[in-house]
Structure formats: structure tokens, C-alpha cells
Design a protein around this ligand. Structure first.
Ligand SMILES: [Zn+2]
Ligand SMILES: [Zn+2]
Ligand SMILES: [Zn+2]
Ligand SMILES: [Zn+2]
Length: 403
């Protein structure tokens, strides 16, 4: 929110672009002063290079990257072109044509979060714009509160079928300069990805000794200084062995999961089905959202799945953190205990990201439902995607364990 407002308020090119490289220079100087070895001094020369020309700002930095790349036979032409483009953009902005951009920011921004939309843009039937993130959030919140979702501006009803994307706005936004998330300088969108990935002095990097356990994360312009002073390469073999052991362990856990899935796949009795969770409300005084699938048959038994949000927290709509948990219920009678492993994965038509977790339960006639277990969705954003949808479509795998 504040990002867009700042970008709209301050002069886009002259202000931030001029100020930041100076800050970068100071940062490097202070860091190198602390670690005053000869290697650090050499590192300083290298790291401070692109940050030096304060006044020239963006164009100057490009120029230097251009010179740096001179040794690389196939990089220069491209870089020269990009540098020229960036210089042009900076010059144009300084000459005052940036004003239109500023005006466009407030015209094209999401009416909910006031940021410039990064991906899809939706509009209500009266034309109010919402970025995809805010749109999904509004739908998910409405689902939790059992209300019809409405446009925050005009209160007209919104839904996936009532709102459409606005391609013209999406394209217009992609033509506008946007801010680097690390150094806050403005770049044409076409250059931004490359800048954030490869060129930004403030981008987050990791120590090259990460492989032997160095946990350091920090801005690129501090990387050389850190690596010169990093304690990890001087650790003894014994110390390293301990660190590597720990790292191996987490890797092993992941391998175990996949190995156990593989071994489950060799079982004689495997069943899977697509399941559709539908939203319902409890009939408590304060009704709560829950999900339930229709009965389905797998491995010759009848089952139902239930799911709930934030483990039935009182007001999940007040929390930013969203989770789903689920329960598997056996609906038919069994003559002997039924030992099963089960696993929920994403359905064939949904794009939610779920990491596989295998659960285990012995079903009998007396104990025919599992506890609620977490549905391992990657994060709250993914969870909101599921809540915003009409139904939740997943795929259930059941493995019957026979001894
Ligand atoms: Zn938004
Ligand atoms: Zn509206
Ligand atoms: Zn940057
Ligand atoms: Zn390190």
C-alpha cells in the first residue's frame, strides 16, 4: 500500500534513484572497514564499482555493468542496448514526462490495496479494478462470513462469473515502470526481472559456503565482504561433519517421504478418486464454514471427507493466516479392522500447491473417523485460492495395508 503511495508521491526517477546508490556506497564502505583484510579491500573495489556514480544513478550503474560485461563476448550488445534504454527512460523521467506515469498509477492501481497489479486485474460490473490477490481475498472472506462478496467501492455483487479481467489495464500496467523490491528504484517492467535477479546491488543473496552450512543471507553488496570473512571454510573437518550431518537429515526426511510413497504404490490394494469438497454452514448460534464431500466409494468401502478452516477458529475471517484441515470418515461397516494409509493431493483441474503428507489410520466400526489432520497447503495465499473457489477439488489416494 505504502509502496504505491510513495511511488506516486515522490519523483519517480530523480528522488529514489539518486538517493539509493549513495546509500549502497556507504553500506559497502562501512562493511569493508570492519573487515580490513587485503581480500576485503579487493572485494570493496569490486562491490562498490557499480554503486559509485551517485548522480548518474540508474544510467551510470548500467554503464558500469556494461563495462563489466565487456569481457563476455555475447553479453555486450544486449547490455549496451538495455543500458541505452534505461538511460533514455531516466532522462525522459527527469525531463518531466514522468508526470503522466504518476497520474496513471492512481488510475490503474487496485482499488483495494492501492498497489499496481502485478498479474491479472479484475473489475466489478461498474468497472472498479481489483488485483487478483485482493479479488481472491474478498471472495474467500465472503465465503467465511457467509455473505455475498461485494465490491468495496460500489457494493455491487462480485464473483468469479460476475467479474471479468481487464486486459487493457493489465497491458497498460505492464508498460509502466515499476519499483525494484530490493533497492526501490524504478525500472521499465521489461528490465525489472533481470535487474532483481542479476543486477540489483541490494538483492538477497546467500553465502557460497551455504553448502557447508553457512546460514548467511544478505544484500548482494555485502556478499563479498561476508564471504571473505566467513568462518565456515576454516572450520575443522569434525565441525563440518556435524553440520553436514544435520543437512543430510532434512534431505533424508524428504527422501523417506518419496520412498514411502513409492513403496505404497507397490501395494496390492490401492484406490484413488477425485473428491469435491462443498461448503456448508454449521447450525450453531454463530455459524461456521465447513466442507464436506458427497459419499464416495474407494476400495469397496463408502467414505466421506470433511474439512474445516483454521481448525474451527471463532473468526477465521479476522486472521490473515488461513489453514485447512481434513478428516476421513468410513461410512460402511467392516468385518475386520481396516488399516489404511491415505494422502490428499491436488486434483486434476486445480492449481493449488499441496505438499504430499501420508497419514495412517486403522478403521473399525467403533472408531471410523480420523482426527482432523492438516491439509498441507503451501501457504495462506494458496488456502484463500481454495476458499474463493466454488468447491474444493482434490484427489484422495487410499492404500490398504494387508499383513
Ligand atoms: Zn489489490
Ligand atoms: Zn465496484
Ligand atoms: Zn534493485
Ligand atoms: Zn558464509
Amino acid at each position: 500500500m505504502s509502496g504505491a503511495e510513495e511511488a506516486g508521491g515522490g519523483g519517480p526517477a530523480s528522488g529514489p534513484a539518486g538517493a539509493v546508490p549513495a546509500g549502497v556506497g556507504v553500506g559497502v564502505g562501512a562493511g569493508a572497514g570492519a573487515a580490513a583484510g587485503p581480500a576485503a579491500a579487493a572485494a570493496l573495489g569490486e562491490a562498490a564499482g557499480p554503486g559509485l556514480p551517485d548522480e548518474a544513478g540508474l544510467a551510470g550503474a548500467r554503464q558500469l555493468q556494461l563495462q563489466e560485461a565487456a569481457g563476455d563476448p555475447d553479453a555486450p550488445p544486449k547490455k549496451r542496448l538495455r543500458a541505452a534504454e534505461a538511460a533514455e527512460a531516466a532522462a525522459a523521467a527527469a525531463a518531466g514526462s514522468g508526470k503522466l506515469e504518476e497520474r496513471l498509477y492512481s488510475v490503474l492501481c487496485c482499488t483495494v490495496c492501492l498497489d499496481l497489479p502485478k498479474a491479472s486485474v479484475y473489475q466489478c460490473t461498474n468497472g472498479h479494478l481489483m488485483c487478483a490477490g485482493c479479488f481472491i481475498h474478498l471472495l474467500a472472506d465472503a465465503r467465511l462470513k457467509e455473505e455475498q462478496a461485494t465490491c468495496p467501492n460500489c457494493r455491487c455483487e462480485i464473483s468469479k462469473s460476475l467479474c471479468c479481467r481487464n486486459l487493457a489495464v493489465e497491458k497498460a500496467v505492464s508498460e509502466l515502470p515499476s519499483e525494484c523490491g530490493f533497492c526501490l528504484r524504478q525500472f521499465p517492467r521489461s528490465l525489472l526481472e533481470r535487474h532483481q535477479k542479476e543486477e540489483c546491488q541490494d538483492r538477497v543473496t546467500q553465502c557460497k559456503y551455504k553448502r557447508i552450512g553457512c546460514p548467511w543471507h544478505g544484500p548482494f553488496h555485502e556478499l563479498t565482504v561476508h564471504e571473505a570473512a566467513c568462518a565456515h571454510p576454516t572450520k575443522t573437518g569434525n565441525e563440518l561433519m556435524e553440520i553436514l550431518d544435520e543437512m543430510d537429515q532434512s534431505h533424508r526426511k524428504e527422501m523417506q517421504l518419496y520412498n514411502s510413497i513409492f513403496s505404497l504404490l507397490s501395494f496390492e490394494k490401492i484406490g484413488y478418486t477425485e473428491v469435491q469438497f462443498r461448503p456448508y454452514r454449521t447450525d450453531d448460534f454463530i455459524t461456521r464454514l465447513y466442507y464436506e464431500t458427497p459419499r464416495f466409494t474407494v476400495l469397496n468401502q463408502t467414505w466421506v471427507l470433511k474439512a474445516r478452516v483454521n481448525d474451527s477458529e471463532r473468526n477465521p475471517n479476522l486472521s490473515c493466516k488461513r489453514t485447512l484441515s481434513f478428516q476421513l470418515l468410513l461410512k460402511s461397516k467392516v468385518t475386520a479392522p481396516l488399516e489404511c494409509s491415505f494422502l490428499l493431493l491436488k486434483g486434476p483441474y486445480d492449481d493449488v500447491r499441496i505438499s504430499p503428507v501420508i497419514y495412517h489410520f486403522v478403521f473399525t466400526n467403533e472408531s471410523n473417523e480420523t482426527d482432523y489432520v492438516p491439509l498441507p497447503i503451501i501457504d495462506s495465499v494458496e488456502c484463500n485460492k481454495l476458499l474463493a473457489a466454488k468447491n474444493i477439488n482434490l484427489r484422495l489416494f487410499l492404500f490398504q495395508i494387508q499383513k
